[in-house]
Design a binder for this molecule. Structure first.
Ligand code: ADP
Ligand code: MG
Length: 318
């Protein structure tokens, strides 16, 4: 099977929303009048972002999920995506599984594969997503203000627990590994929540590298600080009862990585609107702290006592 047969077989589908899909030199997108295009890329490299033996269907899901997560963080509606693929060899069962996972998630979000590139080389995937958002309404990192509440969607830390177990750093029971591994390998992009938070949240971002490190990007962009209650963040790990070590619980929830939840801020007058957005998008949302004028990130326990912050987030070159 050659390059073009491979593209035709696994990555060519009719398009409905895009003006032109796979097959020409460029795809053509037609955003509606008054809309801005939201564009984001994420690359997944074998050995860095996934294990060589990962289920290809899960990998296809995750490759697109992490990109849709960025659109969700901006409050953008998914339109289309491109796929740049470097493959060591043509492995048809692998390609079938990968494209199945990829396109199932794409279909569930109405996000069309419109083009890409395919080359031979080490396994490496890069997806670029395109979404649309009414001009001026994108959720940005720079809008947090002192006094705003800080929220996180869904759960935190379970993906990290699975990673620690897969790396051999933690011994966990097989059923717990199976459950947490779902969170690591099949994250749920919070697109519906992001859409519902337009006009409600003052800032937002998605969590890929760990809560505290990612939150510091909002704090820097908004030139503010924050106080986080670690008893509230610890409560967000779905499998927290399986973690006996409180230090490991904090590591997973505060600096876990791979959560793909949204962190966002909103002024207290928006509490009812945030609850309505959570309900409309069927996404749990929890308040974990407050934005303060004083720069820096302050951690406290459930009684308001300071907790030392030594939870660095993931940095490829750190
Ligand atoms: P070009 O030579 O103009 O770069 P290619 O020969 O690389 O185009 O690709 C042919 C067509 O197939 C293009 O429309 C391109 O967007 C599409 N394509 C290539 N690889 C992929 C892929 N992995 N997924 C989807 N579309 C792809
Ligand atoms: Mg060309």
């Amino acid at each position: 099977m050659g390059e073009f047969d491979l593209i035709a077989r696994y990555f060519t589908r009719p398009v409905r929303r895009a003006a032109l899909g796979v097959g020409d030199d460029c795809a053509l997108l037609a955003p509606a009048p008054g809309m801005q295009l939201a564009v984001s890329s994420d690359m997944l490299v074998e050995g860095r972002h996934f294990f060589a033996d990962v289920d290809p269907e899960a990998l296809g899901h995750k490759a697109l999920a992490v990109n849709l997560s960025d659109l969700g963080a901006c409050g953008a509606r998914p339109l289309a995506f491109t796929l740049a693929l470097s493959l060591p060899r043509v492995d048809e069962p692998w390609l079938a599984g990968f494209s199945r996972g990829l396109l199932a998630l794409a279909d569930s979000h109405g996000c069309e594969l419109v083009g890409g590139d395919t080359t031979q080389g080490p396994l490496n995937l890069c997806i670029t997503v395109f979404g649309e958002v009414p001009a001026g309404q994108a959720l940005l990192r720079s809008g947090a203000r002192a006094g705003d509440d800080i929220y996180v969607s869904g759960t935190l830390g379970d993906a990290r627990l699975a990673l620690e177990a897969l790396l051999g750093h933690q011994q966990i029971a097989p059923d717990l590994l199976a459950a947490t591994r779902q969170r690591l390998e099949r994250p749920t992009p919070r697109v519906a929540l992001g859409l519902a938070l337009r006009g409600v949240a003052s800032s937002a971002m998605d969590l890929s590298d760990g809560l505290l490190g990612d939150l510091s990007h909002i704090l820097q962009a908004s030139r503010v600080g924050a106080r986080i209650d670690t008893s509230l963040t610890s409560a967000l790990m779905a499998h927290r009862n399986a973690v006996a070590d409180p230090e490991l619980l904090r590591q997973c929830t505060l600096a876990g990585g791979d959560d793909y939840e949204l962190a966002f801020t909103a002024p207290p007058v928006q509490r009812a609107a945030v609850a309505a957005a959570a309900q409309a998008s069927q996404t749990p949302v929890a308040r974990i702290g407050v934005i303060e004028a004083e720069p820096g990130l302050r951690l406290v326990d459930g009684q308001g006592r300071p907790v030392e912050n030594r939870y660095a987030s993931f940095d490829h070159f750190g």
